[in-house]
Ligand binder design. Structure first.
Ligand code: GCU
Length: 590
């Protein structure tokens, strides 16, 4: 009986793990990059599927009629959004068909996967005219096992991408960033053994600095098999034995040097079976809350942060490369930060890995942004999938300290239920990190000059993020130093967004909001920092936002022109006066 229960438990667990649709860490594996120039057709009236573009048919006879072709079509860089590659695609939302060829060698002892690090928003993938699968969601990876579709020699790969905003999408119809569409991130052809290392977790046990725990999951026609886990610098080499489902968990003592922002120690870790090796670089640290403080490795830490979008403003497009990551994160470090919020969605794995290496803790979030149709049962399912994919992809990234399930959603019975379920799912998937959410519904009570938050979801998270734009969307109700705060006093509070707009080089009165001047933004920051002194449980802050970024809703013709100008740095990389206010504050903040 006991064996039956164990097997049932493991089957459930592996199905749970199987629920993910991609392998862990493509960057540490043997793979062929499919990045580069792809052929593309702009399918404005969405006729491509009816016309079977995915067959990439060539005329076979004199009378054969084919009214499309990828030969001599426009060509798009992959990775990269299509909006920034052709002026006429600047605002494009709809279908774009991508095509490329690739060569493959068939080995009956190997499996072939196509791995997409991120495609926004809907995608469908065909290999040699046969459907490999589809995916919804613009900010997490997915893969298809194409072993039975790939042939020896030349193969056709066709991807249909649609970036239309949808009422039942996540995010939905309205959001304050550019709706960049396309194959935004890396694409790989990955060959694996028939039974391969599909997933693993190697992290410190929750709150225990000298115990490493985790698991390895093999995929395929699994049987009991040896897997070696080695961390040479810790003189650790463990041979693990999986069960018949290819799963093995482990726990062992070790004394790693703990990762911290000033000394982001990383360890090379290798997982190998007889047929394959996966390499990773891991950070070991603990993160927890104690009352109203956040403890990193058991010591209280103040999160000196900033928000940034996954965008290179000079290129007016999505960031996707290591060079892009260095550009953004070097400015995060230059501001004096040890923390950053990756705005409202999981950013590409290169940025997440680079942040860890540079000693930047991250708040990572799924894009449940403001107006979401929480009453639609499909939303919870989609949000759960995105949450699972985010945590599944980044569970080994020690730099990530907070998972966030939403941003500025309106309290309601449906919303409270969905977010509460997402918070508990987060804890089930990963008990080692903090769970947060950003709220913009803290209210000022003028009878007591106090900020309050009445929100059921604030009761269930570990960390409360507050977005408040005093001085911008509404003036300070009283002098900043007169405002008292009585928000989530039993737990850590992070000012997850604050700020205001300024056009770099535009100067004016420091007390005239419509001046859109650097002086106004500078004074606004000083006023907010004054007010923050009254927040007894303040454990961190992330001003909105590092760079000016593109946003279609920002329509003031002279001051915005499709840009949100809350950047501390302009779209050309120039630091505004407010940047120096934050720099000085972080320099002095211990
Ligand atoms: C909101 C939102 C951001 C937006 C910002 C703003 O709080 O979270 O995505 O860009 O405020 O209004 O600039």
């Amino acid at each position: 009986m006991k064996t039956r229960i164990t097997i049932l438990f493991l089957i459930t667990l592996s199905i749970n793990l199987l629920a993910q649709s991609f392998m862990q860490n493509p960057y540490g594996r043997q793979s062929i990059s499919l990045n580069g120039k792809w052929d593309a057709l702009i399918d404005v009236y969405c006729q491509g599927e009816n016309s079977k573009f995915y067959l990439n048919r060539q005329p076979q006879s004199k009378t054969d009629f084919v009214e499309y072709s990828f030969n001599n079509s426009i060509r798009l860089d992959v990775p990269g959004d299509f909006n920034s590659q052709y002026p006429e695609l600047k605002y494009y939302e709809g279908n774009v068909w991508y095509h490329r060829n690739f060569n493959a060698t068939i080995n009956p002892k190997k499996r072939q996967f196509i791995y997409f690090a991120g495609v926004n928003y809907l995608s469908k993938v065909w290999i040699n005219g046969k459907l490999a699968g589809n995916h919804e969601g613009g900010f997490t990876p997915f893969q298809f096992d194409v072993t039975t579709l790939v042939k020896e020699g030349n193969n056709d790969l066709v991807v249909m991408v649609n970036n239309n905003r949808k009422i039942d999408g996540i995010p939905a119809l309205n959001f304050d960033w550019w709706n960049y569409g396309g194959i935004l991130r890396d694409v790989f052809l990955i060959e694996t053994p028939l039974v391969y290392i599909s997933d693993y977790k190697v992290q410190l046990k929750k709150g225990i600095k000298n115990t490493i725990i985790g698991y390895v999951k093999l995929e395929g026609n699994t049987s009991i098999q040896k897997v070696e886990l080695s961390i040479p610098e810790l003189k650790l080499k463990n041979t693990l034995t999986t069960d018949t489902l290819g799963y093995v968990s482990f726990e062992f003592k070790a004394n790693p040097q703990l990762w911290e922002p000033d000394l982001p120690k990383m360890y090379s870790v290798t997982l190998s079976t007889g047929n394959e090796t996966v390499k990773d670089e891991l950070a070991f640290r603990t993160i927890e809350t104690k009352g109203t403080t956040i403890l990193l490795n058991g010591k209280s830490v103040f999160l000196k942060g900033v928000n940034f979008h996954e965008e290179i403003p000079q290129r007016m497009g999505r960031a996707y490369s290591d060079a892009d990551a260095v550009m953004i994160l070097s400015e995060v470090k230059a501001l004096g930060c040890n923390f950053a919020r990756t705005a409202h969605y999981p950013q590409n794995e290169r940025i997440v890995r680079m942040a860890e290496k540079m000693g930047i803790m991250l708040w990572e979030e799924i894009p449940l942004w403001q107006g979401i149709e929480f009453s639609n049962p499909a939303i919870l399912k989609k949000a759960e999938t995105m949450l699972r994919e985010m945590i599944y992809r980044d569970k080994n990234r020690g730099g990530i300290v907070i998972w966030s399930v939403a941003n500025e959603t309106r309290p309601s019975e449906y919303r409270d239920k969905v977010l509460t379920e997402l918070v508990s799912l987060t804890r089930k998937l990963d008990d080692t990190r903090l769970v947060g959410t950003a709220f913009d519904n803290a209210k000022f009570d003028k009878t007591t000059s106090t900020m309050n938050l009445n929100d059921n979801v604030a009761k269930v998270v570990d960390v409360v993020g507050i977005n408040k734009y005093f001085g911008w969307y509404n003036p300070f109700p009283v002098e900043p130093n007169q405002i008292k705060w009585d928000v989530a006093n039993d737990k850590p509070l992070i000012m997850s967004e604050f700020g205001g707009e300024a056009v770099y080089g535009q100067h004016g009165e420091a007390d005239v909001a419509s001046s859109w001047s650097e002086e106004y933004q500078e004074q606004l920051y000083r006023n907010n920092l004054t007010m923050f002194r009254n927040i007894s449980n303040l454990c961190g802050m992330s001003p909105w936002v590092l760079f000016d970024f593109r946003a279609p809703n920002r329509l003031h013709p002279t001051n915005q022109d499709g840009w949100n100008r809350k950047g501390l740095i302009s779209d050309k990389g120039q630091r505004k006066k407010a940047w120096y206010v934050m720099k000085e504050f972080y320099n002095e903040k211990k």
